[in-house]
Design a protein. Sequence first.
Length: 612
Amino acid sequence: MSPAALRRPLPLITRVRIENYKSIAHCDVPLDRFTVLLGLNAAGKSNFLDALRFVRDALADGPDEAVSARGGWTEVRRRVPEPASSCTIGLDVHLPAIAGDAKPGVARYEITLAPLAAAGAGRDAGSGVRIQREFCETRQPGANSQASAEHFLMRDRAGKGRRLKFLELSRRGEEEPFADLLAALTEMFFYSPDLANLRKASPNTPTAGALGEDGGDLGPAPAALREQERERISQYLGVIVPGVAEVGPTDPSGDYIAARISFATDGDTEPHVFRAESMSEGTIRAIGLLTALSQPDAREGWIPLIAVDEPELALHPLAAGALYDALTEERVRTGPRHHAERGAVRPQGGRSVGHPGGRRRARGDGDRRSGPGQPVDRRRRPGHHSRTAAFRPTAPSRRTPNRAGGRGVNHPRVTIASVVEGEGEMSALPVLLRRLMYEAKIWDADIQTPFLRDRGRLVQPGGLEATVEAQARRVPADHPGGILVVIAADDDCPASLGPSLLARAQAARPDRRTAVVLANREFEAWFLASAPSLGGRASLAEHLEVPPNSETLRDCTDRLTHHRRDGVRYRPRVTQAAMTQDVDLALARAHSPSFAKFCRDITYLVTGKRGE
């Protein structure tokens, strides 16, 4: 994961307004860090995302190209119950302060298309379409926002007969304050993979490594990731496809590169290797999606929005939970602002186009560029359609879905910021926390990505205090939740070290709920405390028993290696998250006092009440 200090601050699309675009008569949708669109077939979900894509394409390639790519004006406007005379797409955007002396701003951009009434009339965009209106405004929020405003408004000028290849915002792409807005709107990424492209081996060229929007270059893309990112993809895929040990590219030095997986079956001493063409459709699609979420451009802040078409496609329903965890984790890890995805996963802060209780109704059928004329990477395109979700790193949603089928209630969202000492816990702890949230019927908790901190530095004077201070900024003061520190007790006595660390943490930020948990002696001791539930999973022996002294055992990782049937050493970064998904929570509570304390502390963070 790129250090936060090195990330480019990301802009955020906060609101989308659409009138008469394809099947959408009207919609006004606020977007959140993670927005999911759910609805029946032909409700307008695909067309909602295509409207966003249309803005990107029109700014990058010109409105003529964007309209022509969609079949012309008759395919862009709403046609029923009667043909619309124009269509409008408007976006609100938050623009962060990128330069040190700059201030954050907000922008509004809106374009209206209409048919060309007669030859030589209006601002002709080609393909029988004219730009009826183009409006853009940027300003700094606050009392003097109007004084800082910059805007332009372009309207039809009948009789001019000019064919405009580019929109006005594209023409002003070199000017401040419009440059950042143009970059934000032209760098959106719409992931809609084609199965054949996912399986295809790609030429090994110096520029290979960027995943295409159509799934192309999936082979070189993992090779461009760091080892930690590939291991995290392997962890998630291991939950979706039990037995997967590793995901990566074929020989990086070969002329062509494809995706491959290493698959370990019971009793095998060496894993089996499968290339992309031999994988199931669900497996290769899951690899593509996980790679799209981890791509360097997204992590480094160059992609402000990611839209994913049908992330659950070809997956078993039970595997969708792991996919949901990957999506919710990435909305935090990708950066302080913004992303979007589409698919049929559990809604979190999402709204459905065409929902009877909403403000929208849908009717009817059915790489960087600094200015106009510069080439655009065409690999990040083509489309697909059906159910839709939007995933984006802004403020957490306050609307909680009611699992009983109601409309939901408005209340502050549970937020937990955690600190861990091991890389395995970075992936495993969010899984464990979400399981406890679901057990408590809390469906939209904001589980922040754990902060990795060396144990020695945490225990030293000042180390824990500085870490707690940093994590407190991630937990809104008016939200339930708090700061959680989870480390291994090792050879220290939890009964003395734990209260000491807790007192220091509470003194550092008395305005936040804080919990400190020492796994006795290490995180893996909780696995041994629920060993029977892990039998036959993660290459472990079928019949396991809880050791009588699981809380005081040394080298729990070696004991887990001993229980593996494949002889492969237990590796926390690869296996810990998958095993956490399978742990029997009740069994772990019953046999591990430190895990029972962990559960009580989570109850305290959520409710403010100490459990028994």
